[in-house]
Each structure stands twice: as C-alpha cells, then as structure tokens.
Ligand binder design. Structure first.
Ligand code: SF4
Ligand code: SF4
Length: 281
C-alpha cells in the first residue's frame, strides 16, 4: 500500500485545495491529519459512518472521600491545575506528579476523551479525519490513529493508496503525518515565509528518508521569487512536479463546497497532469 502526504509547512498556500482535487483522480482513502483544524470535510461532505473516541492524555482526579486536604498535590503541580483540592481538567497535563506526592492515595489518573476520529463515505470514496477538542494536546498521537484507521479501511476495501493531508507547521503532528510514507508533496508559493517553511518540511522529509517533490502554487504572484524556488530545487535535486497559476476560482470552488476539478475544466486538466506526475513517483 502506498501512502502520499501533502504538506506545506506554512498554512494558507492551497494544500487542502490540492488534496481535494487529487482525490478526484487518486482512487484512494483520504486522511485529513490536520487534527487541530481539519477542513477537507467541508468540501467532501462525508456521510459519517463511525465516530471513534480518542483518548489523549490522562487527567488526575481527587477522591473527596480520601483527601485529607494536606495541600501537597497543589504545591507539587507545576501546571497550577489543582485549586481547593480539585483538579482543573483543562490545565492538567497528565504528568501524575500529584498522584506520587499524595500521602493517602487519594488521586487517580483517569482516561480523558480528547477528540474523535470520524470515518465517512464521500463522492471520492472513504474519508477519515480527526478532530482534537480545543486546548487538547497529543495531536501527534491522534494523527497516528487517523492514519491507522485509514490503513485498516484501505486494507479492507482493497485500496492501494492513502492520501494524507498533513497539518501545517513542522512539529510532532507533521512528523506523524510524513513518517513512513512513500512520498511527500510539498506545496509552496513564491513568498518568503512559504519558501522558508518548504525548506523546513524538506529537512523533515530528508530526516525520515522520505522522497519529496514540490508543487508551486500561485507561481505567477511573484515570478522572481518563483525562479528562486526553482533554482533551489534544481540545486538540491528536488523535482518540481507542477506549477499552478493564481486563480480566484480555487476559492470560489471551496465556497461552493467543490474541488477545482468539479468547478473548472481547464484547471481540472492541470490538476490531472500534476497528479499523473505525482502518482508515478
Ligand atoms: S497530573 Fe500533573 S498536571 Fe495534572 S493535576 Fe496532577 S500534577 Fe498537575
Ligand atoms: S495530596 Fe492528596 S490528600 Fe493532600 S490535598 Fe492532595 S489529594 Fe488531598
């Protein structure tokens, strides 16, 4: 089974538009791993079949019956998550220190539902996405579980490809999205922050020994900067598999809950050409 991740580092460069378009051609299970702010479902409109609870960090719980109100836990908690002998769940980082210092074993660590994994049917096939509750951490762990769910579906349905929409940034959730894939497609645009982040994602891909290719979106908004991206990629042996002009139809398509393939024939042809390049890498 092949896995292709689409990443960008910087948000807002059009990564999700591209993933949504590739879904038209890929015959894949699509996994939205941007678990802090997934948005592919807004275009895909999945019919949800399954909602799986995700257990992130544990949370401390104080037994009122056992607690002798010595205050040791409050003093030991570095996250100021205990007040008046009660745990403030939103602040608790699940470190268990309070449990260790409690002289009467009044504290237990409990499982906490930190988000959900959704599995659904769309007009492009099966779709999986994760959604972390606001303020929750452990997004890397949720990304891993979203990918596992997508793998299980792909195996069951005999699909040979998983298309992953990676989150922005280069932190733990991006690493969890890129690791063990066969290819990373880095979407960039000719702006300084996007180029900077493209290089950071490239270094993550290199670290995990995953082949990377580049797509330049909105390449005509700054041609000089565009040439710099091309020069950088040529010097470093990174293939540019597509260049997409700026076109407000991409935004219009999204507003209309469609991908660009469904919205504009000319751009659909371009997206198919780019996908045909990607799928043979
Ligand atoms: S588990 Fe850690 S963060 Fe949570 S209340 Fe106890 S000491 Fe504080
Ligand atoms: S350390 Fe234990 S006994 Fe002391 S206040 Fe905290 S929960 Fe209560």
């Amino acid at each position: 089974m092949k896995q292709i991740a689409i990443a960008s580092g910087k948000g807002g460069v059009g990564k999700t538009s591209l993933v949504a378009s590739f879904a038209s051609f890929a015959n894949a299970v699509v996994a939205d791993c941007d678990v802090d702010a997934p948005n592919l479902h807004l275009i895909f409109k999945p019919e949800i079949e399954e909602k799986i609870p995700f257990e992130g960090m544990e949370v401390a719980e104080i037994s009122e019956e056992k607690c002798i109100k010595c205050g040791a836990c409050e003093g030991a908690c570095r996250f100021e998550a205990i007040e008046n002998f009660k745990v403030i769940e939103e602040k608790c980082e699940g470190c268990s220190v309070c449990q260790l210092v409690c002289p009467v074993n009044a504290i237990e660590m409990k499982k906490r539902i930190s988000g959900h994994i959704y599995v659904g049917n769309t007009r492009f096939g099966k779709f999986v996405y994760g959604l972390l509750k606001p303020g929750e951490e452990a997004s890397g762990k949720l990304v891993t579980q979203v990918r596992r769910a997508a793998e299980e579906i792909a195996k069951k349905d005999g699909k040979e490809l998983i298309l992953i929409d990676a989150p922005p940034g280069i932190g733990c959730p991006v690493i969890a999205s890129i690791g063990n894939t066969n290819l990373v497609v880095i979407v960039t645009e000719p702006t300084m922050p996007a180029i900077h982040d493209m290089k950071r994602v490239l270094s993550v891909a290199e670290h995990f020994k995953v082949k990377a290719v580049v797509v330049i979106n909105k390449y005509d908004i700054n041609e000089e900067m565009g040439r710099k991206i091309e020069a950088f990629c040529n010097e470093n042996g990174i293939e540019i598999v597509g260049k997409i002009p700026f076109d407000k139809k991409f935004v219009e398509a999204m507003i209309n809950e469609k991908n660009i393939v469904e919205y504009d024939d000319k751009l659909a042809e371009l997206m198919e050409e780019i996908w045909n390049e990607i799928k043979i890498k």
